[in-house]
Design a binder for this molecule. Structure first.
Ligand SMILES: Nc1nc2c(ncn2[C@@H]2O[C@H](COP(=O)(O)OP(=O)(O)OP(=O)(O)O)[C@@H](O)[C@H]2O)c(=O)[nH]1
Ligand SMILES: [Mg+2]
Ligand SMILES: [Zn+2]
Length: 308
């Protein structure tokens, strides 16, 4: 019996790295269900597992999984109630975003923030590709960074094509397990290649992305960093949805709405159209931003209709 860390999952095959960093291709024995979750993948990247080597030592079978510190999941598909665990045992999530090529919609950012908040994973937001920003793009970036910083999220702006900016990223990821998220084409794989040039992850030219991005990365994969730590590259997360969240809970993960909710007239105010709602008041005063409130409503409505 050996102990290892799952560094890649593709279908029912897993790559497991042992203490020495030796990698074994593993399958799972039987069916095991973890923590009563209905998931399409019982084992995920970042899991600490027990495995047995085959007689010739070339492959392995995963026989057990250690309790997770945390994990992030998404719905397996729009129609399915099953979920897919993206990664486990994460120290932080870095949300890579861009104002252009491709644009990251604030609602996408907010969904990621809510999901990470719900699973107690700290988030940092990085706007990438500043080298191609117009003055208008820069204004928009400054606005968003202002809003998100005020709420309490560490937010940065850089270009992966600028070497000095790579040092900043190294500082952020060193000695930590980082889940890298962001819509397709923002530069997640490029970022890992910059920090760990030996990785050579496939990166597609942006012109090939047909505007919306085409998901060059299809499975989550964990990369060991020589500076210490790991980065998990994920497919440009679509349907990064919030699963199993009560609708009364959603605003808890919009920190500025949560703070305001203290002063709503009703303790169970959902900030939709209740009288004496402090959130609505702060919205009118511009203290809470329209786009954030819209994201809240969207997630609230989705949660009401599709999710349950
Ligand atoms: N101009 C500019 N282009 C960048 C920058 N960073 C990455 N790119 C380009 O953006 C394109 C997409 O990069 P990827 O690293 O494949 O993006 P990804 O986020 O991994 O995409 P998926 O795997 O589809 O989720 C590539 O052509 C990169 O060269 C940057 O700072 N500036
Ligand atoms: Mg990629
Ligand atoms: Zn309210």
């Amino acid at each position: 019996m050996k102990k290892g860390l799952v560094i890649k999952s593709a279908g029912n095959r897993y790559k497991v790295s042992d203490e020495k960093g030796e990698i074994t291709e593993c399958l799972i024995k039987g069916k095991f269900r973890v923590q009563g979750l209905r998931t399409t993948n019982p084992v995920t990247v970042g899991d600490n597992v027990l495995f047995e080597l085959s007689d010739d030592g070339s492959t392995g079978i995963i026989t057990g999984i250690e309790e997770r510190k945390n994990y992030i999941i998404r719905r397996a598909s729009k129609l399915s109630s099953e979920s897919q665990i993206i990664a486990a045992n994460i120290d932080q999530l870095i949300l890579l975003a861009s104002i252009t090529e491709p644009e990251t919609h604030p609602e996408f950012i907010d969904r990621v923030l809510v999901t990470a908040g719900a699973y107690s994973v700290p988030v940092k937001i990085i706007f990438n590709k500043t080298d191609i920003y117009s003055e208008g793009h820069k204004k928009k970036r400054d606005y968003l960074i202002g809003v998100y910083s005020n709420i309490g999220y560490d937010s940065y702006s850089l270009s992966l094509f600028n070497d000095a900016d790579i040092d900043l990223i190294s500082d952020l990821v060193k000695d930590r397990v980082t889940l890298l998220a962001g819509n397709s084409g923002v530069g997640k794989s490029s970022l890992i290649n910059k920090i760990e040039p030996s990785c050579k992850i496939k990166v597609e030219n942006i012109s090939e992305y047909h505007k919306m991005g085409k998901h060059t990365t299809t499975f989550a994969e964990m990369h060991a960093l020589s500076i210490g730590g790991y980065i998990i590259d994920t497919p440009g997360i679509k349907g990064f949805g919030i699963i199993d969240m009560e609708k009364e809970e959603i605003y808890h993960f919009f920190p500025e709405i949560f703070r305001a909710s203290d002063r709503c007239r009703y303790y169970n105010c959902l900030h939709i159209n209740e009288p004496g709602c402090e959130v609505k008041k702060q919205l009118e005063e511009g203290l809470i931003k329209e786009f954030r409130y819209r994201s809240y409503l969207k997630i609230f409505e989705d949660n009401n209709s599709k999710y349950r």
